[in-house]
Structure formats: structure tokens, C-alpha cells
Design a protein around this ligand. Structure first.
Ligand code: F6P
Length: 546
């Protein structure tokens, strides 16, 4: 395959960029009364308005041509077919099988994985029913009141984000807690709020070797025993979710209390597997299955829809447009929905751990930028914090606005205000405010002369700042499933275009290795060979901790 930057579509996009870079979106809207209809698209309960982008029909065509040239169509088919597309780890990538509701087989290495997938779902359903209906009890016979998920990265962020998003569907008796950080403060604060007799720990780790998770799990078990439980009671309070039965058993959890998944499920793509157990416990198995169904609907759309109407492809190629042609290095996410407050953190792992790469699949360095920094906060809070920079800062930062139209609460006035603010921000970013408009406004306020001229430049908004708006009727398990799958596939498409492997994460290894060495040296008090900074920090630690 040709290098990305010398492909014909890339060249065409460079020309398109030169043509469009000085054209205000205001003019594009003024010139085309159908722009909203032309640049919007719906699928799987989601509606995407991408008309507020610095885009015209021919640049969109060139972006889609680039996707084709880079082999998105073939790569998509390979992923769904269970081909070994995670080549550095020699694995298929089949999180789509976890939510396959079609009844059709899904092959990995020539073997149908669906019977195992359905078997684990059935075991989860039975366990979830027992806990929710009070049949699964703690060591004193009390029903479970608190579930503590201990996991990190993909074994934390997905279930945490979804449980927060689906709070209106939460079980009245069950409180959910998430412990990820090896900073003992997090576990301590959770243990302060729960009672040993009625607490269930879910130890979630794909590998069951993750230092943070195992440290927290050991401390949780010690706490349970210190609270009066006997070793034989641990089985009633600890279940594991993992691909590694051997390590689960070695830790001391009965593998009958283990829910498995498979190496072809990447950590950050795993909330659809048994890693979603806290979601199922909290919202019920029916709702978990609705989440899967929503994701499956998006999978079908991604797999079958032509590229020009394909939501994940459109989102991905718009991202590429800004990163690789407009030189943006950051992407904002603004959910106008408090329940989605952990979505930006979840997307950070999804996109940055997947595509934060500078080496292509064939080992050659990339010669173009790849994944931007993903960040965000729920609106309207962000408006009163960092939106100043989005509107008037020097960096161009595209933003995805995400909003359910109908709320779960009865405060209709709030919902109207929330949506008004969401749409106003997209309009303000696109339109800006010209010097002439500011002058007229200040004059109308009675300002003139030097006072007006001094203030004027501060009140001008350049505008022409792009955004997407994603709407759904309401945030339900189904629409949430579709939303998450949309971003998963967006990430996949971008990885294909950039030519990187979106499914490995070697970049996290070096820090882990060095942490192990430093930990040993801090324990022994013998500082080994380090740079002066690291050695100095370690000396200070030894002096403080003794
Ligand atoms: O260190 C990164 C990572 O491997 C993530 O990719 C993963 O989601 C997380 O750690 C947790 O891994 P595990 O589920 O194996 O504990």
C-alpha cells in the first residue's frame, strides 16, 4: 500500500484544504439551504449533525476516497470475520461477537465462538438474578447491598461509565463502587462506606496480573477477614472476571465464581463481556442485553451502510480531516447529559490507548500525526471553565456535542435550558462574532470612540470552529450501547487510515517495568542506577518513609 501522504486522495484533500481553509462556515451555510439535511445522518437510534464542519461535498468525497484507498472496507470485513488483525499480539478482534444478537455464528480461528459467549451470558444472568433477588447472600445470610468492582483501565472505565450513565435503571438496594487506583485512599474511602456482611467484590482483570488490581483485591480480602469473615466465607464475597483461570485460582478465588472471557477481547473493548458484570448487577440482565442490542445495531450499520452514510466512518474521517490537514492535536467531547459525565474519560482510553501510536503496522515510523488528545467535561459545566479557550484561544479544537433530547427526570425546564446551551455553543463556535457585529452591539449599548475601539478586539469571536452534534431521543441502554460502539468503530477506522495497530498497547509496558524495579529498591533501601532526578526523588521518599 502507498504511504498515506502520497496516496491520490490525500493529495486531493490537501488541495481541498487549501481551498477551504479561509472559507467561513457561515458562508457555506448561507450558500446552501439544505446543508443540515445534506450533512446529517441517522442510525441505530443516533442522529449525527456534521454540518458545522469546514467541509463541502467534494472534500467529503475525498475523505471517503481516502478511507477506501486505505482499505477501510477490507479491514472492516476482516475484523468481523475474525481475522488476526491484531498482528503484534497475533489475535483476532471480536468484541462485536460479544453483542452478536443475530443468532449467526462468529468464527475465530475457524471455530464458532458464540456458544461460549452465550454460555457466559447465561451464567451471568443466573448470578445477577440471585444477587438482585437477595438469594446470593453474604456470610451472615444478609442480601448483598454493595458491589465493589476492583479493576483498572478497560476493567474499570467501561463498567463505571455505563453504570453512571444508566443510574436511572439502577437497582434500589444495590450501591455500586469502583476501585481502580493503587492509591490506598480510594479503597479506604469505599470500605468506609460499606459493610463486610453485605458487600460483594468483583475482581476484574483480563490478565489477572495487574499490580493495582491485585493489590486492591488483597487488601479488600484482608479487610473482609479482619471484619469477622472466615476464609471459607471469601467465596460468598469475591467473584472474578478474567481470561486467566490459573491466576484466579492462584489468588484464591474459586473458579466456579469466575466469569470468563477471551484473548480476542481487548481490555478497552471488554465492557460487553463479563467485564460488564457490574452493569448487569446494577441495571439487570435485561438492560445489559439492551446495551448489547444497541451496540449490535451499530455494528450492523457500520458493517453494511455505504461509507457516505456510515456514522463511524464519517466521525473518523472528520477527525482525520482536522488532525492531518488542519493540524489539530486535541478533540473535545462535551456530553450535555450529567449521566454521561465519565464518557470523556472512557473515550480517552478507547481512542488514545488504541491510536496513540507512532509506528505503523509494518514497523515503519508514521510521518504524520495520529491520535489527538481526547478530553472533555459535561456541558454546561465546561462552558464556565474551558470553553473560553474553545471560542477565543489560539488552538483549533473540534468538539463532539452529545445530547439526549428527553431526560429521565421531571425537571422539564432544566432540559430545555440544557439543550438551548448545547445548540448555542455549536452555533457560537461556528458563527463567531465579527468586528462589525461587535461594533454595532457596543454602539447600541452607548459606547463610542476610544472606549469602544479598546474593547472591540476582546469581544470579537473568530468563529469557524468545527463541531459535531450527536443526538438521541433519550439515554437508554440501547442508545448508550450504540453510542459506545459508534466510537469504537470510529477508533478502528482511524487506526486503519493511519496504518497503526489499534489493538495493542505496548506503550504502557516500560513504566510498569520501571515501577517494579523502583518498588524493589524502595523496599530494600538500595537505590540502583538511575538518572539524577529519579534517584533524588527516591532518596527523598526513603528519607520520608524511613
Ligand atoms: O496497562 C494497560 C492495560 O493493559 C489496559 O489495556 C487494560 O485495560 C488495563 O491495563 C487492565 O488490564 P487487566 O484487565 O488485564 O487488569
Amino acid at each position: 500500500m502507498q504511504p498515506l501522504t502520497s496516496s491520490p486522495a490525500y493529495q486531493a484533500l490537501q488541495d481541498a484544504y487549501e481551498r477551504l481553509r479561509h472559507i467561513p462556515m457561515r458562508e457555506l451555510f448561507a450558500a446552501d439551504a439544505t446543508r443540515f439535511e445534506r450533512f446529517s445522518c441517522a442510525a441505530a437510534g443516533l442522529f449525527l449533525d456534521y454540518s458545522k464542519n469546514r467541509l463541502d461535498a467534494s472534500s467529503l468525497d475525498a475523505l471517503l476516497a481516502l478511507a477506501r484507498e486505505r482499505g477501510v472496507v477490507e479491514a472492516r470485513a476482516d475484523m468481523f470475520a475474525g481475522a488476526v488483525i491484531n498482528r503484534t499480539e497475533q489475535r483476532a478482534v471480536l468484541h462485536t461477537a460479544l453483542r452478536n444478537r443475530s443468532g449467526a455464528p462468529v468464527l475465530a480461528g475457524g471455530r464458532d465462538v458464540m456458544p461460549e459467549v452465550l454460555e457466559v451470558l447465561a451464567r451471568m444472568a443466573a448470578f445477577v438474578a440471585d444477587v438482585r433477588q437477595g438469594r446470593w447472600t453474604g456470610y451472615t445470610g444478609e442480601a448483598i447491598s454493595d458491589v465493589v468492582n476492583i479493576g483498572i483501565g478497560g476493567s474499570d472505565l467501561g463498567p463505571l461509565m455505563v453504570c453512571e450513565a444508566l443510574r436511572p435503571y439502577g437497582h434500589a438496594r444495590l450501591n455500586l463502587h469502583f476501585v481502580s487506583n493503587v492509591d490506598g485512599a480510594q479503597l479506604t474511602e469505599v470500605l468506609r462506606r460499606v459493610r463486610a456482611q453485605s458487600t460483594l467484590f468483583v475482581i476484574a482483570s483480563k490478565t489477572f496480573t495487574t499490580q493495582e488490581t491485585l493489590t486492591n483485591a488483597r487488601s479488600a480480602r484482608a479487610w473482609l477477614l479482619a471484619a469477622g469473615a472466615l476464609p471459607e466465607h471469601v467465596a460468598r464475597h469475591f467473584v472474578a472476571v478474567s481470561t486467566n483461570a490459573e491466576k484466579v485460582a492462584a489468588f484464591g478465588i474459586d473458579t466456579r465464581n469466575m466469569f470468563g472471557f477471551w484473548e480476542w477481547v481487548g481490555g478497552r473493548y471488554s465492557l460487553w463481556s463479563a467485564i460488564g458484570l457490574p452493569i448487569a448487577l446494577y441495571t439487570g440482565m435485561d438492560n445489559f442485553e439492551q446495551l448489547l442490542a444497541g451496540a449490535h445495531a451499530m455494528d450492523q450499520h457500520f458493517r453494511d451502510a455505504p461509507l457516505e452514510n456510515n456514522l463511524p466512518v464519517l466521525l473518523a474521517m472528520l477527525g482525520i480531516w482536522y488532525v492531518n490537514f488542519f493540524g489539530t492535536s486535541s478533540q473535545g467531547v462535551a456530553p450535555y447529559c450529567q449521566y454521561l459525565h465519565r464518557l470523556p474519560a472512557y473515550l480517552q482510553q478507547l481512542e488514545m490507548e488504541s491510536n496513540g501510536k507512532s509506528v505503523q503496522m509494518d514497523g515503519k515510523p508514521v510521518e504524520y500525526p495520529t491520535c489527538p488528545v481526547i478530553w472533555g467535561e459535561p456541558g454546561t459545566n465546561g462552558q464556565h471553565a474551558f470553553f473560553q479557550l474553545l471560542h477565543q484561544g489560539t488552538a483549533l479544537i473540534p468538539v463532539d456535542f452529545i445530547a439526549p433530547l428527553r431526560a429521565h427526570h421531571a425537571l422539564a425546564e432544566h432540559q430545555l435550558l440544557l439543550l438551548a446551551n448545547c445548540f448555542a455553543q455549536t452555533e457560537a463556535l461556528m458563527r463567531g462574532k465579527t468586528p462589525a457585529e461587535v461594533r454595532a452591539e457596543l454602539s447600541a449599548q452607548g459606547l463610542s470612540g476610544e472606549a469602544l475601539e479598546t474593547l472591540l478586539p476582546h469581544k470579537v469571536f473568530g468563529g469557524n470552529r468545527p463541531s459535531n452534534t450527536l443526538l438521541m431521543d433519550a439515554l437508554t441502554p440501547q442508545t448508550l450501547g450504540a453510542l459506545i460502539a459508534l466510537y469504537e468503530h470510529k477508533t478502528f477506522v482511524q487506526g486503519v487510515v493511519w496504518g497503526v495497530n489499534s489493538f495493542d498497547q505496548w506503550g504502557v509496558e516500560l513504566g510498569k517495568q520501571l515501577a517494579g524495579k523502583i518498588e524493589q529498591e524502595l523496599r530494600s533501601g538500595q537505590i540502583g542506577a538511575h538518572d539524577a532526578s529519579t534517584a533524588g526523588l527516591m532518596r527523598k521518599t526513603l528519607a520520608a518513609l524511613g
